[in-house]
Design a protein around this ligand. Structure first.
Ligand SMILES: Nc1nc2c(ncn2[C@@H]2O[C@H](COP(=O)(O)OP(=O)(O)OP(=O)(O)O)[C@@H](O)[C@H]2O)c(=O)[nH]1
Ligand SMILES: [Mg+2]
Ligand SMILES: [Zn+2]
Ligand SMILES: [Zn+2]
Length: 430
């Protein structure tokens, strides 16, 4: 669909790529041939160093590996076929350029920094952002999986917004790499008894950037909200970035260089697993699994310090939600009568509201204090003034002690609360 005139007459409009989070002017976007037959003809492909670097890292294209090839693409300001016109794109955005191979005009636009294909909505919509990070096995990937499912199917409709994958590729990737694992793949007909539990299982540890750079590519969604009775057509883009705990714990320099999304974040979500705090793990009321016994204690104060190194100077104004995950496991250790104990041990009848958030925020901090994490709390207070504490369980009752055991469907608890707060901070929802 061609861009409308109003947009084309504003070529200096700043755009933030929802994939790499770099900013540039609309007239800097590149174009690529979109014709099905032309773009799948390997013989007509040309070198694409920008895509190579985005997918394979800065070392791509040197002796280590060949430059990727892609369908014909061009930087419109360097397309000599256009003569002097190519210097005037800052006055009006070209609507399309002909592909030299198939001669068809193309308006498929690319981010000039990472060569991700940018649908038109990217040109007109704001880009929101949630970066999810934390040490290994705190439940980040499971959180992303269940969160997106909940936002799409339950929370969005209840709060008056919809969440749609930005592209088909993102929809397929979410299904394949996230959803199918936790919710089971559709291997059965609609009327068949799918004994689905046996096909649902825990996520594997997310591989390091060194093994698979895919993790640097966010899942990008479009959030459209209904304001009052009127459906506003505008909306916002929202990119979810999952992080490999292995990189966070063991490759922080690499992560700092590659995961620009943390330093440029508009919303930070730090997932914490209290079972990796010694005081919690040694509580006799808990029966730890074999794996939980073996993991080293986490050093959350050090994690907070690591986080600060992604930013130029402190205090850091980016909103930070700190969420104690796996509430299903540790909630019963809380004093009976507290909100956390009640939430973890009963079936909640009401939707949680801001009052509950305020209580959880207080109770989580006093729990952390009791567990000896005062240094962590002080550090957060000083260096991340815009922060809030949350508790949640992505799996709820469905969590299984045995990693390889089949899982029932998740019954999440409070999973959307930190994200709704972050979206409010970014003015994406009210
Ligand atoms: N009890 C309980 N276990 C959970 C929950 N969420 C995740 N888990 C389990 O925690 C383990 C780690 O989950 P992942 O989502 O892979 O954790 P991760 O943080 O992505 O791990 P890395 O990718 O290695 O950094 C798995 O065995 C999950 O089943 C939860 O809400 N409750
Ligand atoms: Mg993971
Ligand atoms: Zn980009
Ligand atoms: Zn072509």
């Amino acid at each position: 669909m061609p861009l409308d005139w109003l947009t084309r007459l504003d070529p200096l409009r700043r755009i933030r790529c929802p994939f790499c989070f770099e900013k540039f002017a609309a007239c800097e976007m590149h174009l690529r041939c979109g014709d099905h037959y032309c773009k799948t003809d390997f013989g007509k492909m040309i070198d694409d160093p920008i895509l190579s670097e985005a997918l394979n890292g800065p070392r791509s294209g040197d002796s280590q590996g060949a430059t990727l090839r892609s369908p014909w693409w061009v930087d419109p300001s360097k397309d000599v076929r256009r003569g002097l016109r190519r210097h005037l794109d800052w006055m009006v955005l070209p609507d399309s350029l002909p592909c030299p191979n198939c001669k068809k005009p193309t308006d498929v636009r690319l981010c000039p920094r990472c060569h991700a294909q940018l649908p038109d909505s990217v040109v007109t919509l704001e880009a929101g952002h949630i970066a999810i990070f934390g040490p290994q096995s705190v439940g980040k990937t499971t959180f992303v999986t269940v969160l997106i499912h909940e936002l799409e199917h339950r929370v969005g409709p209840a709060r008056g917004f919809t969440l749609d994958p930005l592209t088909d590729e993102i929809r397929e990737r979410y299904e394949r790499e996230y959803h199918d694992m936790t919710y089971g793949a559709n291997q059965f007909g609609v009327g068949e008894d799918a004994d689905g539990d046996s096909y649902r299982r825990s996520h594997y540890a997310t591989p390091s950037i060194e093994t698979n750079r895919r993790i640097l590519q966010p899942l990008v969604y479009r959030v459209t909200s209904r304001k009052g009775k009127k459906q506003t057509t505008a909306g916002t883009l929202l990119s979810f970035f999952d992080t490999a705990g292995e990189d966070w714990e063991m490759n922080i320099d690499l992560l700092r260089g590659e995961a620009r999304y943390i330093g440029q974040a508009r919303g930070l979500l730090f997932l914490v697993d209290p079972l990796r705090i010694r005081e919690v793990a040694l509580d006799r009321r808990l029966k730890l699994t074999e794996k939980e016994v073996r993991v080293p204690p986490a050093d959350y104060l050090n994690d907070a310090r690591k986080l600060a190194t992604f930013f130029g100077r402190t205090p850091i104004k980016t909103p930070l939600a700190i969420c104690l995950n796996k509430l299903d496991r540790w909630g019963k250790l809380m004093e009976p009568g507290t909100t956390l104990h009640t939430l973890a041990t009963s079936v909640p009848d009401d939707e949680p509201d801001p009052r509950v958030d305020a209580l959880v925020n207080e109770e989580v901090q006093s729990a952390l204090r009791n567990w000896g994490a005062t240094g962590f709390l002080d550090y957060i207070n000083i260096h991340f003034p815009v922060h809030r504490f949350f508790a949640c369980s992505a799996l709820g009752d469905a969590a299984q002690a045995d990693e390889d055991a089949p899982q029932p469907l998740p019954t999440p608890l409070l999973i959307e609360r930190p994200v709704l707060w972050l979206l409010e901070q970014q003015k994406i929802i009210e």
